[in-house]
Every structure is written in C-alpha cells, then in structure tokens.
Design a protein around this ligand. Sequence first.
Ligand SMILES: [Zn+2]
Length: 72
Amino acid sequence: MPLRFNFCPICNEKITFRIEMDDIDSRQYPAPVYIVCKSCKKLSTFYVDSLLRVSYKERDKKPGGIKTIETS
Ligand SMILES: [Zn+2]
C-alpha cells in the first residue's frame, strides 16, 4: 500500500496518506480519489495515475471518486 506525501490544495499543509488500487475506479486514468486534509478538515479531489501517483488535484469534490481517504 503506497504511502504518498503531498500538499493540501486548500490550505497547503503537508499531508500523508496511503492509497491502494481498491480506492479508485481504474477504468479510466487519471482516477479521482477524495482526500480529507488533517489540518483544515476539508475535502479535495486528487487524480492518480496507474501507479497511484498524484497527477493533479482540485480544491473541491469532483465526480467519479469511489473512496475518501483520511490523511495524517
Ligand atoms: Zn488543508
């Protein structure tokens, strides 16, 4: 289960989360997954590629995600 470091697109705090293939709908890449920032508690959408690397992110909830991931 890969561990990812990134930054919240809303508050820019560093976040850490674990993601696995079950967390995304892999019929289409980049695949959206919802991330809840541990600092600001807000939800954003991260898009990951087939290796679960973050391609880009949006500040709000976009369609197509199947899971919400907590951060630490
Ligand atoms: Zn945040």
